[in-house]
Every structure is written in C-alpha cells, then in structure tokens.
Ligand binder design. Structure first.
Ligand code: CP
Length: 318
C-alpha cells in the first residue's frame, strides 16, 4: 500500500500503483478511510462519476458470483467501464501458455486497474510485481481475500455498531479459507479482539497465520466443538468446507457436514450476536436460519458493492 518510487527492473521510475493483495497491508488509518468511504457510498452521498472514463479489468481464473459481480457493479456505479475475463483459464491466452505476468502486463495497457482471482497462493503478488496499474486480489487459492475481509468488518460495524472488544468465532475450513485468513488479520487491528477458532484438527488455521496473530497480540482460543463455542460470541463467522482444495473427494466427504448451523444451534448464540458467512454456502447453514434477524449473510453480500466502490476509488484515484 505504501507509495514508493522504486521501479520494477526494466521499467522507468514510477509511482508504485496502489495494489491490494493482502489484508496485512491495511493498517488502521487506511482501514478507517476505506470504511468511512464505503459508508458514504452506501448512503449514496458521493457522485457516481468519480471514475468516469476509467476502465477496470476483472480476470477470474476461478468461479465467482459475489466478488466479480459486486466489483463490476461498483465500477459501473462509479461511472467507469469494465472489461471481463470470467473464465480466464479457458478464455484468455493463458490457455495457449502465456504467463500470468505477461497477461497482466498486456491487460494493464488496456485497463486502469485489474481485479484478479486465481487458484494459486501468491498469484496476486506476482501480478502486482509486474503491473503498472493497481492489482486487487479477489482471492488467490487458499491465500488471501482482502476485499472480502473489508466487507466483513464493514458488515460487523454496521450490524453491531463497533469493531472493538468483540469475540469472533471463525468456524469451518480454517486451513483453506482465504476469507478467514484475511479477516483474522484485519480484526486484530482493533482493540479487545478475541478469536475463537472452531475447526476439526485437520483443518486448523495455518501455522503462518497463527504466528502472525501471536505477533499482533490477538488472544486466540481453539476448539473443535461448535456447539460449546457459540454461547459467548458476538459474531459467528461460518465457512464452507472447500472441496476444491482437498486432495481426494473422500477426504472432503468425511468433513463436509461437520458443522451445521441450524435453529437449535442458533438458540445457543446470544441475542445480540450476528451470524455471517462469506458464501457460497452448501449445507453448513440450514435455510431455516435465513429468517432469523441475526442471520446477516445476505446483507453481508450486498455490502460488497459499497465496500468495493471504496476500494476502487482509493486504488484508482491515486
Ligand atoms: N465470497 C466470495 O468470494 O464469493 P464468490 O466466490 O461468489 O466471489
């Protein structure tokens, strides 16, 4: 996020574009700017022409509904235009063997910013290293999903009125879940955050992130029992067991229904708390829960538009 004057090898001196590849880049001051900006866009109090004449490229090597559509909606609402490769693995020249780096160099000549989803951890950093325009990570394998984490904290603030002194339960596939990885780091920026990590032993949060949370001084409790963990929570953040990241289908099938949030489970969640999920969900939240006022996941998904308007404006007006 820092603006440096160091140029990549082979390029002229330049002002580094505002890439966003990891939530680790988002310190408190930038977070506050983005959350305030998202609130203004949410209330429609800013003009819709801020990015008129600018073009966003959305390049997706993995499927998406929420992230791609909300980024594209955000760009249109800011008065800009969108170029999209929604199945980039098949429909871009990567299918002919072109490298990600060359693709990004070329697309950066046509667009003013790139939103990239890729199956490999670190792909967004590789793209950012060669890109003359901002690269925004829309999910890199089991790595990071920083704009999802931004919309998650935006949702928590909107639902609960604060981001400090919260006990947040992160449940499900914490090993492969890029949304929980990004969210845990952002929540650690706020005083009094306590994290309860709820996962089966084989899907525990990775050691790298565990060390990062220790460095940030965030208290962490771990359990494999969802039912016992929910009583004292302010936020229950449920996630999908990620079939696409397992070595075999059998390994996935053994764990896919390990945690189900249903009406019985919701009776154990405090009245003031919220239930969130980055979506898509499979069986891990019973649809009977959808009408519970604490079920915030559809409101959460809608918040993706103002939050991504804030991110695009921040990155592209630099
Ligand atoms: N939450 C999320 O990233 O959803 P999509 O995969 O549909 O973009």
């Amino acid at each position: 996020v820092s603006d440096t004057l160091t140029a990549p090898p082979g390029t002229r001196s330049w002002i580094r574009p505002r890439h966003l590849t990891s939530s680790s880049q988002l310190g408190r001051p930038v977070l506050e700017v983005l959350l305030d900006s998202a609130t203004e866009f949410d209330q429609q109090s800013r003009p819709a022409t801020l990015l008129a004449g600018r073009t966003l490229a959305t390049i997706f090597f993995e499927p998406s509904t929420r992230t791609r559509f909300s980024f594209e909606t955000a760009m249109y609402r800011l008065g800009g235009q969108v170029l999209t490769a929604e199945s980039a693995a098949h429909a871009s020249s990567v299918a002919k063997g072109e490298s990600l780096e060359d693709s990004v160099r070329i697309i950066g000549g046509y667009a003013d910013a790139i939103v990239l989803r890729h199956s490999e951890i670190g792909a967004a950093d590789r793209a950012a290293a060669v890109s003359a325009v901002p690269v925004i990570n829309a999910g890199d394998g089991a790595g990071q999903h920083p704009t999802q984490a931004l919309l998650d904290v935006y949702t928590i603030k909107k639902e609960l009125g604060r981001l400090d002194h919260l006990r947040v339960g992160l449940a499900g596939d914490l090993l492969h879940g890029r949304t929980v990885r990004s969210l845990a780091i952002i929540l650690s920026q706020f005083p009094g955050t306590e994290l309860v990590l709820i996962s089966p032993p084989s899907l525990r949060l990775g050691e790298d992130l565990r060390m990062e949370l220790a460095r940030l001084g965030t208290p962490v409790r771990e359990t494999s029992e969802l039912g016992d963990a929910v009583a004292g929570l302010d936020v229950l953040y449920q996630t999908r067991i990620q079939a696409e990241r397992f070595a075999t289908r059998a390994d996935y099938e053994r764990l896919r229904d390990i945690y189900v949030v249903d009406a019985a489970l919701m009776r154990r969640l405090p009245d003031h708390a919220v239930l969130m999920h980055p979506l898509p969900r499979l069986g891990e939240i019973d649809p009977e829960v959808d009408t519970d006022p604490r079920a915030a996941y559809f409101r959460q998904a809608r918040n993706g538009v103002p939050v991504r308007m804030a991110v695009l404006h921040w990155a592209m007006s630099h």
